[in-house]
Design a protein around this ligand. Structure first.
Ligand SMILES: [Zn+2]
Length: 175
């Protein structure tokens, strides 16, 4: 969800090219580049929008970026993604011993898509769902899990920006 983010210069998108997706999936662009496709990118972008829509619904997000959410479309998109990679155990014989091997009929990017969607199902229905928050620091577009009772912002940087803005408003009023 947070591959869309903002700073002083505006909103940024970390998943705009196939290379971006490869980097996001593997942590570096050297691995598996050939197996990640434009279709994977489109699928991940669709899933991301669905997850953001669901997070917006759960947090009753009032930020402009969350205005066009569609819960039913999002539910459909998550379910479609989860179904993409069915994994099953298989038996192998190795040095005369039976071994367990996991097989999936999908390429790595599709398996990652399905795994991400499955994690989202757990997040949006599990105990953390009531801790999900939209960050209301000026300009921020992120969601976070409020893992500490006093946590109000997605990051220390957002907290600092909010404090600086308050200080600026106060000093302007005083002056
Ligand atoms: Zn933030």
């Amino acid at each position: 969800m947070n591959t869309v983010w903002a700073d002083r210069s505006g909103v940024h998108d970390d998943l705009t090219t196939v290379e971006d997706l490869t980097t996001w999936l593997t942590g570096d662009s050297a691995t598996d580049v050939a197996t990640t496709t434009a279709a994977d990118l489109a699928a991940f972008r669709t899933l991301r929008q669905a997850l953001r829509d669901l997070a917006a619904t759960l947090t009753e997000d009032t930020r402009a970026i969350a205005a066009d959410r569609d819960r039913d479309r999002a539910v459909e998109a998550v379910n479609a993604a989860v179904r993409q990679a069915v994994v099953w155990p298989q038996l192998d014989v190795e040095d005369g011993e039976l071994r367990r091997r996991t097989t999936a009929d999908a390429p790595p990017a599709t398996r990652a898509l399905a795994a991400t969607a499955a994690e989202a199902v757990d997040l949006f229905t599990g105990p953390d769902r009531v801790l999900l928050r939209a960050c209301y620091a000026p300009g921020c577009v992120l969601y976070f899990v409020k893992d500490h009772p006093r946590r109000e912002w997605c990051s220390p940087a957002c907290g600092n920006r909010v404090r600086a803005a308050r200080h600026y408003r106060r000093s302007r009023t005083d002056g």
